[in-house]
Design a protein. Structure first.
Length: 376
């Protein structure tokens, strides 16, 4: 296996430091990579100094700094839709986070705040309103999460990935909605399947299955794939992003596990003949941009608010993916989906075209233009 290319890491850096005369643009969001990578995609298009406000212990700190974005940390209280005594203590943390975010905004004096959601985004959005700084919030999922429902009360616009999402917003806020699509990083559009295969070091004729569980991995998907791995690797090359918690090295032939793929991931996705993954909005946006067929295993309602189920249904209805519900997931079921698909080149190609049809234009450019228009 080849080493990650240093040039790929460098190309991910997106902040210009040669425009000190222009006010910075602040970004906020975090909790998962899905709340960070779309923001980085927008930052790449701005050509301005950018700073990111997020949780000091969250994944957003490393991802933002890896992209060359200055980071400012605040405390973060979790927003819960269910009763918990921890909600009481977290109210104090959220209030303290608003104060901390306000201090950052007053010191840095950004011209604008762009929110990508997640519970950590709420205090900076509220603080921006208190400081008189205009703000937009973006929702990647088919229906808005709790953070977006709160943020849109304090933001001038709510940007959404799907036209149907507007109907999920409270009626009094729908005039704020703008359909932009879900922003995708430049590196995704520049992905190269040949480069991905060289990185993996697999046989040139091998069909590649890529397994993703999101930035933190998925124990459920890891277990599902492990249960049928012995029957997959004699026929296919399996690439498996497991997450740091579940990562286990392996010497199994035709199997490449990793805790996390970074700059090389877009090339690996481009090289994959089939992707098995969750249905987080960011992952789906990248699959659409690269036209990759997939088998989606969405989080069930017991483990989420149901957003992944609705995201997956969009792709299934358009013929871009097959959907395997957690309650039905078993080794034999997964194999009965994977093997016929990889034997049917025409169907894979059709699914890939259908996936690409769900990626319209360049959303990151669209959002960057909206921000600059607001500042002009």
């Amino acid at each position: 296996m080849a080493k990650p290319l240093a040039s790929a890491e460098k190309s991910a850096r997106c902040v210009r430091a040669d425009v000190p005369d222009l006010p910075a643009i602040a970004f906020t969001g975090g909790g998962t990579a899905g709340h960070v990578f779309p923001g980085i995609a927008v930052a790449e298009e701005l050509g301005r100094r950018v700073l990111w406000i997020g949780s000091q212990g969250g994944v957003e700190k490393k991802l933002a700094e890896d992209a060359g974005i200055e980071f400012r940390g605040i405390p973060a209280g979790k927003l819960r839709r269910y009763f918990s005594l921890r909600n009481v203590s977290d109210i104090g943390r959220i209030i303290f986070a608003v104060v901390a975010a306000a201090r950052i905004l007053k010191k840095e004096k950004p011209a604008f705040l762009f929110s990508k959601g997640g519970f950590v985004s709420v205090p900076p959005v509220v603080a921006a309103r208190l400081c008189g700084i205009p703000a937009y919030t973006h929702e990647s999922d088919f229906d808005p999460g709790l953070a977006t429902r709160i943020n849109l009360m304090f933001c001038e616009k709510v940007l959404v990935s799907f036209a149907e999402t507007v109907d999920f917003l409270p009626a009094r806020f729908r005039q704020k909605a703008v359909v932009t699509g879900n922003p995708v990083r430049r590196a995704v559009y520049a992905a190269d399947a040949g480069r991905g295969r060289r990185y993996l070091g697999c046989d040139p004729s091998a069909q590649i299955i890529l397994v993703l569980g999101g930035s933190q991995g998925s124990s459920f998907i890891n277990g599902l794939v492990a249960s049928c791995l012995a029957r997959l690797v004699p026929r296919f090359f399996v690439v498996h992003q497991m997450g740091a918690q579940d990562y286990t090295a392996s010497t199994l032939r035709n199997y490449l596990p990793a805790a996390f793929f970074s700059a090389e991931l877009p090339d690996i996705i481009a090289a994959a003949d089939l992707v098995i993954c969750r249905s987080g909005a960011n992952t789906l946006a990248e699959l659409a941009a690269l036209g990759r067929p997939s088998i989606l295993v969405p989080l069930s309602r017991s483990g989420s608010r149901g957003d992944q189920l609705r995201n997956a249904e969009v792709f299934r209805a358009r013929g871009a993916a097959l959907v395997l519900q957690e309650r039905d997931a078993a080794a034999d079921t997964l194999l009965s989906m994977v093997c016929p698909l990889l034997a049917d080149t025409l169907r894979l190609q059709e699914m890939g075209r259908n996936a690409r049809s769900l990626s319209a234009g360049r959303p990151a450019e669209t959002i960057a233009k909206l921000i600059m228009q607001r500042l002009s």
